[in-house]
Design a protein around this ligand. Structure first.
Ligand SMILES: [Zn+2]
Ligand SMILES: [Zn+2]
Length: 403
């Protein structure tokens, strides 16, 4: 992938601009120095600018993925700059311009290597690297033992302050997950909050009471709704009767809580996607890929997590699953597919669907001042989509990514 040298002025025209609350037909979006300067109706186009013809399609903000493990054969947990670059490029082809590489369970050394590789790729900046790393989502290893899912059980552990303080000290962690019922989870949440992170609970069988304690410690988000999280039924097994409210009820009942869905059409049925959209609304619901390394790879067996010792999963080209068992093991498609499916399967409007893939995750991750919508002053992280919402062109900070 190469980026053309940055044009001093860039003008998108002949398309419908998608704003968070409406569309602007026949819009022009002007950019200068890598930032958006104006969004409005078409008028005479200046001659000295580089024109981007949307050909009657949509001009939208680039997508922001806050939960993503890899793509094109690479997992971020491989821990090399090559792997990080490969995955970031793959996701840019699917419209992601801002990415939060996501850890999984693994040894402390594997986590350190992953964080170091992401720091290096982010620092080297203006490269031909596709999606821009805004921070790391520190996701594994602090999962509940009974909710590890497709991740390596050997790489799971309880929060260890000596370990996570070292990881936070890299300065690149912006989103931090821990299962709320683990010993000392609250100390982890407080430390994550001190570092300015979006604090999240995932791979957890937490009760309402544990969620309430976590909330007081700063937890405000739950990973992949309905996947690897507690339910009334799972808590009846854990706690008996009376039946208990779960993570699901806790998120739905608290305005300050957000969550995310894997809208690939394989993880959740259309009515669950519609339910999440209607109950939470587009400001509290993010679209994520949760994609593994099998994205853009042929069907087959792949390691989830580090190439050396990650768990084996299988891809049929539509979704990942645990070999033999049938349990799902994250997605193998990009945010472009999630956007298309969410639009097709729910009553959400196009501005709402695009918001769930851009502005909402940007707001939750604390980067909405910089990216996530077509607003003067923000980075020119932009897409040209066809009327069928297929990715035609991708711009990161005004530079075009070419696959
Ligand atoms: Zn997961
Ligand atoms: Zn995941």
């Amino acid at each position: 992938m190469n980026r053309t040298s940055p044009a001093p002025r860039l003008i998108f025209h002949n398309g419908t601009a998608v704003l968070p609350d409406r569309v602007v037909p026949d819009a022009v979006v002007c950019c200068e120095g890598g930032r958006i300067t104006r969004v409005g109706r078409a008028r005479t186009l200046p001659r000295d600018a580089k024109l981007v013809d949307a050909k009657g399609g949509y001009v939208t903000p680039g997508f922001v993925d806050i939960h993503v493990h890899g793509g094109d054969g690479a997992d971020f947990m491989d821990g090399t700059t090559d792997a990080v670059r490969t995955a970031c490029r793959a996701h840019a082809r699917h419209g992601t311009t801002t990415i939060f590489p996501t850890t999984t369970t693994g040894s402390p050394a594997q986590l350190s290597a992953m964080l170091k590789a992401c720091v290096e790729v982010r620092r080297d900046g203006n490269v031909t690297e596709g999606a821009r790393i805004a921070g790391v989502h520190f996701y594994g290893p602090y999962f509940a033992p009974d909710k590890v899912g497709c991740h390596s059980q050997a790489g799971r552990r309880d929060p260890d302050a000596r370990e996570y303080r070292r990881h936070f000290a890299t300065g690149i962690i912006r989103i931090a997950t821990c299962a709320a019922e683990l010993p000392a989870a609250e100390a982890f949440y407080r430390e994550a909050k001190r570092h300015g992170c979006l604090v999240t609970c995932g791979h957890s069988n937490a009760t309402w009471a544990e969620m309430a304690r976590a909330f007081r410690a700063g937890m405000r988000h739950v990973d992949h709704f309905w996947c690897a999280m507690s339910s009334v039924a799972s808590l009846r097994q854990r706690c008996g009767t009376p039946m208990q409210a779960s993570m699901e009820q806790f998120v739905l009942a608290h305005e300050a809580m957000s969550t995310e869905v894997i809208a690939d059409g394989c993880h959740l049925s259309p009515e669950l996607l519609e339910f999440a959209y209607r109950q939470l609304g587009p400001r509290r619901l993010c679209l994520v890929t949760d994609a593994n390394r099998a994205l853009d790879m042929p069907p087959g067996r792949y390691r989830f997590g580090c190439a050396a010792d990650g768990e084996w999963i299988e891809s049929d080209g539509r979704v990942g699953f645990v070999p033999g068992g049938g349990a799902l093991a994250s997605s193998v498609v990009g945010l472009d597919t999630m956007v298309q499916k969410m639009k097709a399967m729910t009553s959400a409007s196009l501005p709402e669907v695009i918001r769930m893939a851009s502005l909402t995750p940007a707001e939750r991750a604390g980067i909405a001042h910089d990216t996530g919508s077509l607003m003067p002053g923000k980075r020119a992280d932009m897409l040209v989509l066809s009327r069928q919402l297929r990715v035609r062109r991708v711009f990161v900070g005004g530079d075009e990514c070419a696959a």
